[in-house]
Design a protein around this ligand. Sequence first.
Ligand SMILES: *Cc1c(COP(=O)(O)O)cnc(C)c1O
Length: 373
Amino acid sequence: MSGASTGTRVPFLDLRAVHVELREELAAAALRVLDSDRVLLGPELAAFEQEWARFTGAGHAVGVGNGLDALTLGLRALGVGPGDEVLVPSHTFVATWLAVVHAGGTPVSVDVSPLTGAWEADAVQAAVTARTRAMVPVHLYGHPVDLDPLLDVAARHGLAVLDDAAQAHGATYRGRPLGGLTSATAWSFYPGKNLGALGDGGAVTTSDDDVAQRLRSLRNYGSAEKYVHTEIGWNSRLDELQAALLSVKLRRLDEHNARRAALAARYTERLAGSALVLPTTVERATAVWHLYVVRTPHRAALRDHLGAHGVETLVHYPVPPHRQPAFAGTPVAAASLPGADTLAREVLSLPMGPHLTEEQQDTVIDAIESFRP
Ligand SMILES: *Cc1c(COP(=O)(O)O)cnc(C)c1O
């Protein structure tokens, strides 16, 4: 093994540091809920929904139980149901695909480019059939998808666009925040996301009044009026406690995203001479660096080497959705998706988060520089 470990341990993400930084404010918010008699569908949710709608530039935000439900209810609210095909990228977290199935539709995978990892409009266009009802672009790793060409395809074929922004809180495209640029946008507030709760949470933003109203019904047993159920709904609500905590954390989101961007720039500058393929950014967009993902054909060896130097890394994601046992026997399992397979073999996520110090980052960079495949 080359190079002695400095003893600096570098965790992939230091969630505890966020909790330490915001301890007093989070505790005050939690106590406010504890001292109230409202724990669901109360003033904290209403306040957070308003803040989140304003932050994303959307007309409405509807809080739900988690990101998977945000995608599922979002698709249902946009009219996706049995018999409908929904275009999804081949390289994403499995939840993007699961949501289509839970909404009653059929996921149709469109491969990403093996070179850039991008979801290209030409390939999306080629996958449209008479049964296609919607598409779900995913702003993976915090990088906004180039939406305009996809919105053109959608407009040509009358498709709804639900973008999955579970990793892209605060990202912008052509100077505007994600969240109000499509039919609807799905968000996750899973603890490790750029904006994370202290448990599960999610939201859908939209500027369509009818879609927002439908979402409010779908998350609450398909009911807008107590004991009147106009459709088959879910129980999926963002609770008062999580909403109150999220309002506190939202005040720090821009600052935390700026810190991530500075660390990403530093990785990119210092690793420019390495053999790794570094992340590229989309023109006209601002990424929020949920993850800093490099690519290498020597991933296993590099991970071992970094681990021996105290550096924790993760793989997002080692098995693409079409190779998951859950999809075995479905048409999509037989699809040829070389882009997804290549990425699954080569991607490696380096430590990233608002509390990663430059000293810790130096440990990561030094360890990469001492790696010999
Ligand atoms: C986290 C995530 C989800 C699911 O969100 P949960 O809140 O964990 O259900 C969906 N899509 C993407 C891209 C994600 O990263």
